[in-house]
Design a binder for this molecule. Structure first.
Ligand SMILES: C[S@@+](CC[C@H](N)C(=O)[O-])C[C@H]1O[C@@H](n2cnc3c(N)ncnc32)[C@H](O)[C@@H]1O
Length: 204
């Protein structure tokens, strides 16, 4: 992991992602959280203020040490205890069916192997458990899709591996989840290439 991934990206991340419309969506999504909860790709912990008050403890994974450092600064003074594991979604150090809820927000775009990550998420969810997701991905418009594909190489560089054209609902379904709710569309105030949002809940 280089200087950009480990230091510069984590250092700028909160400022880059600070956005009222996205924050409102975070709160809305996390209302669904219940039971033993795992957040995959927790990053610097931008979701933490948006968990409902009954959530006092979560487990998390993220492979980036720089993000983990920023997260620990937050959790030291926060209301939610986070049991963080430095691991990737594709190979998580948990037994089968341990969690009632898995949360992913703006993470599926960053996985090198999104199918393997989702299979692993499914494995650690108990039967009937839920995946709560808030992700950006492939637009419904052909013109925008073409731009997403053109911009991908640049986005992968400055977004630390992020891809703009992941067909989120399709990959979730393909991993064997049933979509319980799905809201798709552009987030106001964002470029169409970067702000096509998939928000919903899928059941294992
Ligand atoms: C765009 S950030 C999103 C962070 C946070 N979820 C949020 O909503 O602000 C993507 C995160 O995914 C993490 N990530 C990258 N590859 C991963 C992997 N294979 N498994 C789990 N997380 C990963 C990155 O380290 C980073 O923290």
């Amino acid at each position: 992991m280089g200087l950009y991934s480990n230091v510069l990206f984590p250092g700028c991340y909160d400022r880059m992602m600070k956005d009222a419309a996205l924050d409102a969506r975070r709160s809305e999504s996390l209302r669904a959280v219940r039971g033993e909860t795992l957040e995959v790709g927790i990053g610097t912990g931008l979701n933490l203020p948006h968990y409902p008050a009954h959530v006092r403890h979560i487990t998390a994974v993220d492979p980036n040490r720089g993000m983990a450092k920023k997260l620990r600064e937050k959790t030291a003074r926060g209301a939610i205890a986070v049991d963080l594991h430095l691991a990737g979604a594709e190979n998580m150090p948990f037994i089968d069916a341990l969690f009632d809820t898995v949360v992913t927000t703006h993470v599926l775009c960053s996985l090198d192997d999104v199918d393997a990550g989702l299979r692993e998420i499914r494995r650690v969810l108990r039967p009937g458990g839920q995946l709560v997701f808030l992700e950006h991905g492939l637009s419904c418009e052909h013109k925008v899709r073409a731009w997403q594909r053109r911009l991908n190489p640049l986005q992968r560089l400055w977004g630390d591996g992020c891809r703009l054209d992941v067909p989120i609902s399709e990959v979730i379904r393909a991993a064997g989840f049933e979509l319980v709710s799905l809201d798709e569309g552009y987030l106001p105030g964002h470029a169409k290439t970067h702000g096509y949002i998939y928000q919903g809940v899928a059941r294992r």
